[in-house]
Design a protein around this ligand. Structure first.
Ligand code: 4NP
Length: 160
């Protein structure tokens, strides 16, 4: 039996990646795969280390039954590149920032979350930080869509 470790990565680790982490955790729990699919999140920046998720993200998530309150911001660190099988990022700035610090042998682990979406054809998860509450709803819509596709892709890689 194998397991797969996935880290969602955005800029601050207070809006998009904690939202994706919570959505994916619920899907994986529902699929009874929590012992096989390990989930975490991180930011490429260091501004929000130790901070809880943005209150707007927490509020929007809570309305859909996701609890972001236990999560705390952290910055991606060197050992994460070996520890995780996939580093799932939100936008092209995250790809660039992560690639700059990722050892070459692990660069193929970096993938855009929206590659896995089946309904929304946006290439990236929008950055809601400087916008209004609607942006946080859109982020959750995007995460729900793409995480369903991600779970389907991961199932094909799990061997019994
Ligand atoms: P996130 O959103 O990358 O989805 O967590 C942001 C959080 C903080 C900032 C920008 C985006 N910031 O500029 O501090």
């Amino acid at each position: 039996m194998n397991s797969i470790a996935v880290c969602f990565v955005c800029l601050g680790n207070i809006c998009r990646s904690p939202s994706a982490e919570a959505v994916m955790r619920d899907l994986v729990e529902e699929a009874k795969l929590s012992d096989r699919i390990i989930i975490d999140s991180a930011g490429t920046g260091d501004w929000h280390i130790g901070h809880p998720p943005d209150e707007r993200a927490q509020r929007a998530a809570k309305k859909r039954g996701y609890d972001l309150s236990p999560l705390r911001g952290r910055q991606i660190k060197a050992e994460d590149f070996a520890r995780f099988d996939l580093l799932i990022v939100m936008d092209d700035k995250n790809v660039a920032a992560l690639t700059a610090v990722c050892p070459p042998e692990h660069r193929d682990k970096i993938r855009l979350l929206m590659e896995f979406a089946t309904r929304d054809d946006s290439r990236v998860v929008i950055d809601p930080y400087f916008g209004d509450d609607d942006g946080f709803e859109r982020v959750l819509d995007q995460c729900e869509d793409a995480c369903e596709g991600l779970l389907a892709a991961l199932r094909t890689q799990l061997v019994s």
